[in-house]
Design a protein around this ligand. Structure first.
Ligand code: FMN
Length: 195
């Protein structure tokens, strides 16, 4: 790992039965591996225990509450990350409840880190989820980067063999977004060490 290699957690947000999220997550993780500036960790929220009943005490008072055993792996991987990319669909014009629950169970894990987004869904391509997540992450003192990748009507992007094929311009969008994410994540990693 070179000095400019940062740890990037790519988080598949949807845990829905029959979900498409892992296909988009794998595609983006591959773009991030090609970028060469990141060590990539692909996290699937479906692997974590995410109870919606949150701890009794606010994270400002107890930032690391006792978490369920099935969440500890997720917590350690978020802790280790310098940057995150959330791969999210729009669900009723917003993000899935699973990603909000994962966010709310954590606190320091987001603090002063750079966060990017990949959206996919029907007509809106995940953009409403992304807009709402920006508001949520602002409260957690994270920096969300401007550029994103969006796949509206992803179900129209399958080839004759039934494989999902991202439009070629999406690779360029991902590369540009990863450059921006790397810049912010490097700056924030250095500043966290200096603080
Ligand atoms: C309950 C529900 C609500 C949805 N709401 C929207 C929506 O508001 N806008 C949209 O573009 N797509 C919407 N969709 C389509 C989803 O974004 C699409 O099914 C996507 O594949 C969901 O991600 P997943 O397959 O990874 O779970 C909705 C789907 C479901 C199941």
């Amino acid at each position: 790992m070179s000095s400019s290699t940062l740890r990037l957690a790519v988080v598949i947000a949807s845990v829905r039965e029959g979900r498409f999220g892992p296909v988009v997550g794998e595609w983006f993780a591959e773009q991030a591996r090609r970028h060469d500036g990141f060590e990539v960790d692909l996290i699937d929220l479906a692997d974590a225990d995410l109870p919606v009943a949150l701890p009794a005490v606010s994270p400002r008072i107890e930032p690391n509450p006792q978490r369920p055993a099935g969440m500890l792996d997720l917590t350690a991987r978020l802790d280790a990350a310098d940057a995150m990319v959330v791969v999210t669909p729009d669900i009723n014009n917003s993000y899935p409840a699973s990603i909000k629950t994962a966010i709310d169970w954590h606190y320091t894990q987001w603090d002063r880190k750079a966060i990017g987004f990949v959206g996919y869904s029907g007509a809106s391509g995940g953009l409403n989820a992304i807009a709402h997540l920006r508001q949520v992450f602002a409260e957690l003192n994270a920096h969300t980067i401007r550029d994103y990748v969006s796949f509206p009507r992803y179900y129209q992007q399958f080839d004759a063999e039934g494989r999902w094929t991202a439009p070629s311009e999406s690779e360029a969008a991902a590369a540009g977004m990863l450059d921006q994410l790397h810049w912010w994540a490097s700056a924030l990693a250095a500043a966290r060490v200096a603080a």
